[in-house]
Write a protein that binds this ligand. Structure first.
Ligand code: KG4
Ligand code: ZN
Length: 335
């Protein structure tokens, strides 16, 4: 099965052709326009500007896709929700127009599902052993799921959501903290970069917010407030933060975030007898998170398979993973 997938839910206008051969999901082509530079000096995504840019760029991006591939798709897959309202209107128009023109069904996929199924991109459906304990961490959501699939038909999945952030998502906390430290948007990758030259510092150590709470929920607004309070205190004492202080704060903040995310996921995996652990969403691009999670699991008796998306681009919002989730949804509904 081959689909054309469209992503315009936030600040990326991305289109992809994705194919499923009964075992693996492969990206045939993906083309996009990133709006990051357009929003950067405004400190975050401006909804009105985002939808205007999506409508300007989407047909240009479409024109770059291979025409033969587009003409031979079996369905059009789009983001259904959540997302910025004006931006979602763009897929509604373009997706429905293409669906009518090509006489192919329109499959509407939930944003969270496409992050979840992004771990299948570039992998065989047989490669993953279940139950799977999965963390989706990005700018807009932060959840832990335990996922099983039907032994008789491996395209069928059941999902149980164990917990979520009670306030900010992890990526949102990375973005807000980077802004406090002087970097515009988005901030996750920048914090990771800064942390590389940072050093551990007992004076800057942050409390691991919500880690000792029994549930699988998170509170990253609490992490952000700790950084804010620390900065106010330091600024009163030093007047200006030095680059090494900024790197050390980034280091300590990142350590606290990866410890909380990893330990909650680890606990979910052991409680639900998971065979695989996976991280998806923008924050799964954080190298220290994957490293910390691996260390944590190596120290245990469990022989878990630990996965993240096969390419860094598949951690971020992109059209290819909408294609995977769309194919899974379409095949399930068809049966
Ligand atoms: O999944 P995504 O592209 O969009 C949403 O669905 O939100 O995730 C974007 C988020 C941003 O908050 C960004 O700061 C964060 O992912 N992010 C990172 C890293 N790269 C992106 N967070 C931590 N470390 C990174 N290396
Ligand atoms: Zn996302």
């Amino acid at each position: 099965m081959k689909v054309l997938a469209i992503e315009t839910s936030c600040d990326d206008t991305s289109l992809a052709i994705v194919e499923y051969n009964g075992k693996t999901f492969e990206e045939i082509q993906m083309i996009g326009y990133s709006q990051i530079a357009d929003h950067q000096d405004r400190g975050g995504v401006v909804p009105e500007l985002a939808s205007r840019l999506h409508s300007e760029k989407i047909l240009q991006v479409l024109a770059h896709l291979d025409k033969e591939e587009v003409n031979s798709v079996d369905a059009i897959c789009v983001t259904a929700f959540p997302g910025l309202a004006g931006s979602l209107m763009v897929w509604l128009t373009v997706g429905e127009m293409l669906s009518n023109f090509l006489q192919k069904p329109l499959v509407k996929v939930n944003h969270i599902y496409w992050h979840i199924f992004s771990m299948l991109l570039g992998r065989s459906i047989e490669d993953i052993q279940y139950p799977l304990a999965l963390l989706t961490a990005s700018g807009g959501h932060n959840d832990i799921y335990v996922i099983n699939h039907d032994e008789a038909d491996k395209r069928h999945f059941s999902m149980q959501k164990l917990g979520q952030s009670i306030d900010d998502a992890a990526g949102e906390a990375f973005d807000k903290v980077s802004r406090m430290l002087g970097w515009p948007y988005p901030g996750g990758a920048w914090i990771g970069q800064q942390a590389l030259s940072g050093e551990p510092s007992a004076d800057l150590r942050f409390k691991r917010a919500y880690l000792d709470v029994e549930s699988y929920d998170f509170s990253f607004s609490w992490m952000k407030s700790q950084v804010y309070n620390l900065l106010s205190k330091l600024e009163r004492a030093w007047a200006k933060l030095t680059p090494s202080m900024i790197s050390n704060i980034a280091y300590e903040f990142q350590e606290a975030m990866v410890e909380i995310l990893s330990k909650k996921l680890y606990r979910a995996a052991s409680s639900f007898d998971a065979k695989t652990i996976a991280i998806v969403g923008g924050v799964s691009a954080n190298k220290r998170l994957f490293e910390y999670l691996n260390q944590l699991c190596q120290e245990s008796w469990f022989d878990w398979q630990i996965l993240k998306p096969t390419k860094m681009v598949y951690s971020m919002d992109n059209a290819a993973m909408i294609g995977v989730a769309g194919i899974i949804q379409y095949l399930k509904e068809e049966i």
